[in-house]
Write a protein that binds this ligand. Sequence first.
Ligand code: SF4
Length: 128
Amino acid sequence: MEEKCMCEPDEILIFTCSISSNVGQIGNLAGLKLTREKVGKMFCLAGIGGHVSGMIESTKAGKMIVGIDGCPVACAKKILDHAGFKADEYVQVTEMGIEKNHGFDYLQSDVDKVAAHLKSRISQRRAA
Ligand code: SF4
């Protein structure tokens, strides 16, 4: 069966790590917020990890890769690296002063903080 992704390639592709911690949730929701604000578009990191050919090709066609990890374990970065991609913009949620725990509660203000940080970095890069 042909491997196809239902996502459309986009100029700015946003990859977030898994979400089984508060900081993973925050990173994921920040990616979603940036997608809703049309800054970029979330893309399927699991498809990259699975080396799904259509998704690899779509990622190659993107103009900017944005990676968001919850913590220094850096799962999203490692998955991208393993597939031969390097994030043009990258952030770890814990770098922004947000402590990791293994719960799922989060503050919307933390989501907004991560999204605003990346939005600013992306617009600076686009203007350069
Ligand atoms: S980077 Fe951290 S928060 Fe994200 S999936 Fe890996 S361990 Fe979990």
